[in-house]
Design a protein around this ligand. Structure first.
Ligand code: NAG
Ligand code: NAG
Ligand code: NAG
Ligand code: NAG
Length: 304
């Protein structure tokens, strides 16, 4: 090898290795939530979910952790996001959608990154997670698990716009009964919760999985539960069943059977079939156990 050739060769090799070394300095993907346990009640993530196939993500943005998600790699969608509710103190931010380099390169930075306009997306990113293209013409909207209106600061709210916090959600659910549930939970927090409200919101896939773009699993139902361990000491009688925990399941397919969530046939046409059924935490855990085949316990000690 001549010296010039040698130089070209090693420069090329160095360039190839740069992203790898860059990642090495910044971090390494973890197989647990050790960096963001504070978003779970008693610093304890849900139990009963097998580790295989699921990737814990501590959602890091602008050098801070904002919430946690359990990502199902094969579904390219989260099973749930867990967060502490805090009412938004401003408007919904601009939708700059983000992805997680750490899913594509295990040694990459844990910091989420923005997709830039129509700039091409790295093939490793495409293979490891959902990208904007998956949602185009899919018939589904991008449904937040941790919604931006439940997050206080602008950075907290911007961080919810990562596709690892998003599932394919029908418009009739997203802007209909499901957003009604999100407002109701916010109202309960403001009126009666005296301390932190821990929320876990997730997706329930079809028994025979359905996909958008043959890549991203679409849920048949959405579910959510909260734990407010310290609440108003003089709750009105009608409010007692909502504390310390409460839960709900929402339809994401108007054609689904009515065993889990019945349909109100009198609802207006645009939202008919996207009903949300309120229920106890125990009932939700029974439904999850049956449908997911795992004995999930969402909050440590049932939040007591
Ligand atoms: C969590 O993961 C980190 C590596 O990111 C590891 O050092 C630590 O031991 C793990 N903790 C537990 C409890 O498994
Ligand atoms: C949102 O984007 C618009 C147009 O790009 C910009 O003028 C505005 O300042 C942005 N708002 C925020 C909150 O970033
Ligand atoms: C909230 O908790 C504090 C401290 O435990 C207590 O002093 C206060 O009375 C509680 N407020 C309500 C509305 O229960
Ligand atoms: C519901 O059923 C109708 C009629 O069979 C069909 O056109 C539609 O695609 C179905 N919707 C979903 C979400 O499967």
């Amino acid at each position: 090898m001549s010296q010039t050739k040698m130089l070209q060769f090693s420069t090329g090799a160095l360039l190839l290795l740069l992203p790898w070394f860059g990642g090495l300095v910044l971090g390494e993907i973890s197989d647990n939530f050790s960096q963001c346990l504070n978003f779970f009640y008693n610093e304890t993530p849900p139990s009963g979910i097998p580790a295989a196939g699921y990737q814990p993500i501590c959602q890091r943005y602008k050098n801070q952790y904002h919430f946690a998600s359990l990502y199902h790699r094969q579904h390219r969608a989260p099973l749930y996001s867990a967060y502490i509710l805090s009412p938004a103190d401003g408007k919904r931010p601009n939708n700059t959608w983000k992805y997680e380099p750490q899913l594509a390169f295990s040694r990459a930075s844990p910091e989420m990154k923005s997709f830039y306009g129509d700039a091409p997306v790295d093939q490793n990113v495409i293979e490891s997670q959902a990208v904007l293209e998956d949602y185009k013409n899919s018939g589904y909207t991008k449904g937040h698990l941790n919604p931006s209106m439940h997050q206080k600061t602008m950075a907290d709210r911007e961080a919810t716009f990562t596709l690892t916090n998003i599932v394919p959600q029908q418009a009739g659910s997203n802007s209909g009964p499901w957003s009604g549930l999100e407002r109701e939970v916010l109202g309960k927090f403001k009126a009666y919760c005296n301390g932190s409200m821990y929320v876990i919101t997730g997706a329930l896939p079809y028994i025979t999985e359905r996909w958008i773009n043959n890549r991203v699993s679409a849920p048949e139902y959405m579910w959510s539960a909260y734990c407010c361990p310290s609440y108003s000491s003089n709750l009105p009688t009608s409010m007692k069943k909502f504390f310390p925990t409460y839960a709900a399941v929402g339809r994401n397919d108007r054609n689904s059977s009515q065993e889990i969530v019945p349909v109100n046939v009198k609802a207006r046409a645009s939202v008919r079939g996207y009903d949300v059924r309120r229920m106890s935490l125990e009932t939700l855990e029974d439904i999850l156990a049956q449908r997911l085949g795992m004995p999930i316990s969402l909050f440590h000690g049932q939040c007591q």
